[in-house]
Design a protein around this ligand. Structure first.
Ligand code: UD1
Ligand code: CA
Length: 488
């Protein structure tokens, strides 16, 4: 099938410099959601590929498409046509006409209606089945809404056949009472569509070429019009304002939360989790409130995530505890490890099993082998840390000389005393102990105590004493008056 996505509108009501279709839902542009559905609907083998009508902010939209196709090559198939002036939905579709395969039906999607499912669109396509040329059916996705304000209304005759679609702004009072609305999504016979679009007139209150006017033309041509509705209302909700975008985000997140719970994940509160990407979970994973998952995140079985954690593009092993307020980005955490509270694992933090990273510890581009610990206030960057290493509070790997990054190697069974600075490049040999407060600038040999410290001395000393401050005359007066009052 041909798929055309209308995405040239400005989205005035968003009051944003960003074109509306690039506003994000679950961390991805609205248009991304529509394209993912379109691409999966056409399938990998399809001769046709999605066509996006761009106009307002066209270069931004094109930039987004090319950036996305770098990461996901299936997006490279997507093409665009330019609508220089936004003269309405019918005019928008007209721009794509020459690209349509006349032997395939045409599905129209909207760049600002992000959550329509493949299942619903397949149902719509089936309804228009056999669409070849002029005399086949036109399928419309409609929706019964309690509050239909703002949408085009489906006008039917007494027998229930669709006659036309009337826009809110052109509707009379009786038509405004109709609760069945046009979602905008429709499947049309391409040959007839070409004719209808060319016959459109902008004789309406908005002076626009309405795509919806083709319905009355189809009726006139005797083309059967069939309608269907989606399983859920949110599938057809369009985003016009930030308010609607926020509301749809909550609906979408709640759906994701329900899916997670269906697969056996415990959520402290399904209304307080945000997944902006793909979250894969093993069995008996539990997630406390306020957590955000971005990109591709895997949580193996038995993982416990404390409240208010942010985890992005990371793999968390079996039975790991991530405690409150931990931030993890581009890291790998081995089984049975304990991370946080208040820990930060950055890009390239690669932890083996049973590693403990405690409060205010930052790990970047470092490999830490099993059963090693850095429990308090430390920075471990560009390092290779062995097994059973203890990194004391306040330890810092000084990896950066202002220009270059250097590596620190800490071998197995090392004990690093508190407040140590390891000035890289530097190596601490197996079993070494580094005394607290050491600034290590040379390699430390294995199995010995190394420390750099000024010798401790003690002496007699008089601590300075603060001179007692006498109250000023004014204050004294006030105090006297006050005390007199109290006496009364
Ligand atoms: C449209 C429908 C209305 C329907 C509603 C559903 C028409 C005339 N009206 O109204 O019946 O109930 O959607 O959400 O079709 N666009 C362009 N070029 C243009 C104008 C719009 O590409 O010149 C794109 C927009 O970017 C948007 C989509 O078409 O993605 C819909 O446009 P919008 O202005 O939001 O239409 P509505 O007034 O919501
Ligand atoms: Ca709209």
């Amino acid at each position: 099938m041909n798929i055309v996505i209308l995405a040239a509108g400005q989205g005035k009501r968003m009051k944003s410099a960003l074109p509306k279709v690039l506003q994000t839902l679950a961390g991805k542009p609205l248009l991304w959601h529509v394209l993912m559905t379109a691409l999966s609907l056409q399938g990998k083998q399809a001769k046709t590929s999605p066509i996006v009508v761009v106009g307002h902010g066209a270069s931004d939209v094109k930039d987004f498409l090319s950036a996305t196709s770098l990461a996901d090559p299936t997006f490279a198939k997507v093409s665009t046509v330019f609508q220089a002036e936004q003269k309405g939905t019918g005019h928008a579709l007209l721009q794509a006409l020459s690209k349509l395969d006349p032997n395939e039906a045409t599905l129209v999607l909207y760049g600002d209606v992000p959550l329509t499912t493949k299942k619903t669109l397949n149902k719509l396509a089936k309804l228009a089945d056999g669409v070849r040329g002029q005399n086949s059916a036109l399928a419309l996705l409609t929706q019964d809404l309690k509050n239909p304000t703002g949408y085009g209304r489906i006008v039917r005759d007494v027998e229930g056949s669709v006659l036309e679609i009337v826009e809110e702004k052109d509707a009379n009072l009786a038509q405004k009472n109709i609760q069945e609305i046009n979602t905008g999504i429709m499947m049309l016979p391409t040959n007839s569509l070409k004719r209808w679009l060319k016959a459109l007139r902008a004789s309406n209150s908005q002076g626009e070429y309405y795509l919806t006017d083709v319905i009355a033309m189809a009726v006139k041509d005797g083309v059967p019009i069939r309608t269907t509705q989606s399983d859920a209302e949110y599938e057809t909700i369009g985003v016009n304002s930030r308010d609607q975008l926020a509301a749809l985000e909550r609906v979408h997140q709640l759906n994701i939360a329900k899916e997670l719970m269906d697969t056996g994940v415990s959520l402290a509160d399904p209304a307080r989790i945000d997944v902006r990407g793909t979250l894969e979970c093993g069995t008996d994973v539990s997630i406390d409130v306020g957590c955000i998952f971005e990109g591709q995140v895997t949580l193996a079985s038995g993982t416990k995530i404390g409240p208010y954690c942010i985890i992005r593009n990371s793999v968390i092993g079996e039975g790991v505890s991530i405690n409150a307020f931990t931030h993890i980005d581009g890291a790998k955490v081995g089984a049975s490890s304990i991370i946080g509270p208040y820990a930060r694992l950055r890009l390239g933090a690669n932890l083996a099993n049973d590693v403990h990273i405690g409060n205010f510890v930052e790990v970047k581009n470092s490999k830490i082998a099993s059963s090693s610990k850095a429990n308090h206030l430390a920075y471990v960057g560009d390092s290779i840390v062995g097994s059973r290493v203890n990194i004391g509070a306040g330890t810092i790997t000084c990896n950066y000389d202002g220009v270059n990054k250097h590596q620190t190697i800490i071998e197995d069974d090392v004990f690093i005393g508190s407040d140590t600075q390891l000035v890289a490049p530097v190596r601490v040999g197996r079993g070494a102990t580094i005394g607290a407060g050491t600034t290590l600038t040379k390699n430390a040999p294995p199995n010995q105590l190394t420390l750099s410290r000024v010798r401790q001395i003690s002496m007699q000393w008089q601590r300075p004493v603060k001179a007692e401050k006498l109250p000023s005359k004014k204050v004294v007066k006030k105090l006297v008056i006050k005390s007199v009052k109290v006496k009364k």
